[in-house]
Write a protein that binds this ligand. Structure first.
Ligand SMILES: [Zn+2]
Length: 354
């Protein structure tokens, strides 16, 4: 789980060492491995997967039935994102064993992705040597996620006034009631094709006989369109301030930018290569936008054109998470095709520099 990646970090560094690949870690715990290629003119690739999982992720008991890997239903499986980690490790092994030609590769395994891309946010632009990036953190293998939203988090504290609920209720200002009024007025869920919003946490109150004086609310809004996102956040803030004004409660609101959106053009090399790789595997590519944030948001923001590719994990972030054994193989084959396809390309950018 997030913050508990140590064991997996050790296993990966041991396995990389066995492949004679040097790796190093930054202060956050992200693992880096630079693999020199023998195709000098090929673009260099960044390959990324994250090491952490969501909860409940302890004592996972995976089982295989009818070619599908699942759990006993009490935990997540962790195919998000260990399927991506496995695909990268497998492909590095195949490249060594079969002495296949390839361009320079930079593998980055990140930590704490699931709790706000914390690991990736620590990475400096100068540490990245690659021209193009693939984040192996998508769902279905055929799906290219080329567009992801910006996310803002909103935290609000509604402050009323405490009073004895039975003796002096008129002296109190009920923060729970004020917060509920604000939330009830908020547009939430799917706002439009590009925008979503949610209040996910509400905390407050001490006892039934006390008029509650404090409530904390945590929510978020996401959009592929920055103007729409600003409008939604403003709307949520307005619902809170108006409800508080009406009841003479106070409110403290904090809005944080969690990550920024990206949108890749269809004719970008990173997409062309992935499409060609899929077609090579006789899979029809499907272009989709995602409503989720991932480390790809960070790499794109750093200026590396980075696409999210599928590795087969399904129903992620639930205890029904699963992956087909066939898709595990397919994910690795796909990555190998991407590397082969890239090594056949000339790096125009590098040539221009010369
Ligand atoms: Zn993930």
């Amino acid at each position: 789980m997030s913050g508990q990646e140590d064991l997996l970090e050790k296993v990966i560094r041991r396995d990389l060492k066995a492949l004679k690949i040097r790796s190093y870690q930054d202060d956050a715990g992200n693992i880096f491995a630079d693999i020199k290629g023998n195709e000098k003119h090929a673009p260099s690739l960044l390959l990324n997967a994250h090491l952490d999982t969501v909860k409940p992720g302890e004592n996972i008991k995976p089982k295989i039935r009818y070619g599908i890997i699942t759990t006993d239903g009490t935990t997540i499986l962790g195919a998000d994102n260990k399927a991506g980690v496995a695909a990268i490790m497998e492909v590095l092994k195949v490249l060594r064993e079969e002495k296949l030609p390839h361009g320079d590769l930079q593998v980055i395994f990140t930590v704490e992705e699931e709790i706000g891309l914390m690991g990736a946010k620590m990475i400096k632009r100068s540490w990245i040597k690659a021209d193009l990036g693939y984040v192996l953190d998508g769902g279905k293998v055929d799906t290219l996620l080329y567009k992801a939203p910006t996310q803002y988090n909103l935290t609000a504290e509604v402050i009323g006034r405490a009073a004895h609920a039975g003796v002096h209720p008129e002296d109190g200002i009920n923060a729970i009631k004020v917060a509920s009024e604000a939330i009830a007025k908020m547009k939430m869920g799917r706002i439009d094709r590009e925008t979503t919003a949610n209040i996910g946490i509400i905390q407050g109150g001490h006892a039934t006989n006390i008029v509650p004086d404090k409530v904390r609310i945590k929510g978020e809004a996401r959009s592929h369109n920055k103007a729409k996102l600003r409008k939604q956040i403003k709307h949520m803030q307005k619902c809170l301030t108006q409800a508080c004004l009406k009841s003479r409660a106070m409110v403290k609101i904090k809005v944080e930018n969690m990550y920024n959106s990206f949108s890749l053009d269809e004719d970008e090399l990173v997409i062309k290569i992935a499409k060609k790789a899929l077609i090579g595997l006789k899979i029809k590519p499907v272009m989709k936008m995602t409503g989720g944030g991932s480390d790809a948001n960070i790499f794109n923001e750093l200026g590396i054109n980075t696409l999210i590719v599928g590795v087969g994990a399904q129903k992620v972030h639930t205890t029904s998470e699963r992956i087909a054994v066939e898709d595990l193989f397919q994910g690795a084959k796909y990555l190998l095709e991407i590397i082969k396809e890239t090594s056949a390309r000339k790096n125009h950018k590098k040539q221009k520099d010369l």
